[in-house]
Design a protein around this ligand. Structure first.
Ligand SMILES: Nc1ncnc2c1ncn2[C@@H]1O[C@H](COP(=O)(O)OP(=O)(O)OP(=O)(O)O)[C@@H](O)[C@H]1O
Ligand SMILES: [Mg+2]
Length: 215
């Protein structure tokens, strides 16, 4: 059983996209997955409602009033799932903090712009604060390069910029049209374009995430 929170102060950098697509990869690896949509925007629920794929079966809305009781929510979800993913909103640090207090692993996606690095520091501090509060090595913390422009200097420099912030960096996810198209279809990339480069990236990331989260 692993609990994975996806967090970040910056809006639109791919948190929900990564959460949804990781769910599909874990499902394909034979795990049962619950995806807690703790963002009041409910992007994951909206994505799921566009189609009848995996997300329509594993997304559960968590309303802002319920996030004080994140532990109970996770416990309830884990009755039927061996991996619980929690998607958190950009502008409400208290929700991300509640998720970090119960997570084994906090994934902090970062977009390709140098400006994306500043809000990432806030997200890192929040995860470290949760760790101090728990007096534990959890959540483990990993950065995930997101919406990376492949074969550009900006893309190449992102990983080294992230490494210089002192936490390990997992495999990145490229900016690819198929990722956005899958959302319009209400599907994950694995369902929409199973043999695509984008799917291979999410699969690689999922293997790395599980390795860290289940340690
Ligand atoms: N790798 C990608 N390639 C192409 N488009 C992407 C990729 N990742 C995300 N997007 C698109 O970028 C937009 C924002 O993505 P997403 O909603 O996942 O970000 P977010 O960080 O969860 O946003 P918010 O902070 O508002 O919750 C969406 O339109 C999504 O389809
Ligand atoms: Mg989101």
């Amino acid at each position: 059983m692993a609990v994975i929170a996806i967090a970040g102060r910056k809006g639109g950098i791919g948190k929900s996209t990564i959460a949804g697509n990781l769910a599909a990869e874990f499902d394909a690896m034979g795990h049962s997955v619950a995806l807690l949509d703790a963002d009041p925007q409910h992007s994951l629920a909206a994505w799921a409602s566009q189609g009848e794929g995996l997300l329509s079966r594993c997304v559960q809305k968590v309303e802002p009033g319920d996030t004080d009781d994140m532990k109970a929510k996770v416990r309830a979800a884990s009755k039927s799932a061996d991996i619980v993913l929690i998607d958190t909103p950009p502008g409400m640090p208290e929700i991300a903090y509640q998720a970090a207090l119960v997570a084994d692993l906090a994934l902090l996606p970062c977009g390709p712009s140098p400006l994306d690095l500043f809000p990432l520091k806030d997200a890192l501090n929040l995860a470290l604060k949760a760790r101090a509060q728990r007096r534990a090595k959890k959540p483990r913390i990993r950065f995930v390069p997101s919406k990376v422009l492949m074969n550009t200097n900006l893309g190449r420099n992102l990983t080294s910029s992230l490494e210089s912030m002192g936490k390990k960096v997992l495999s990145g996810i490229g900016q690819r049209i198929v990722v956005a198209e899958a959302v319009s279809a209400g599907l994950t990339v694995r369902e929409y374009a199973p043999n695509s480069s984008a799917e291979a990236e999410f699969a690689k990331l999922a293997r790395e995430v599980l390795k860290v989260a289940s340690r």
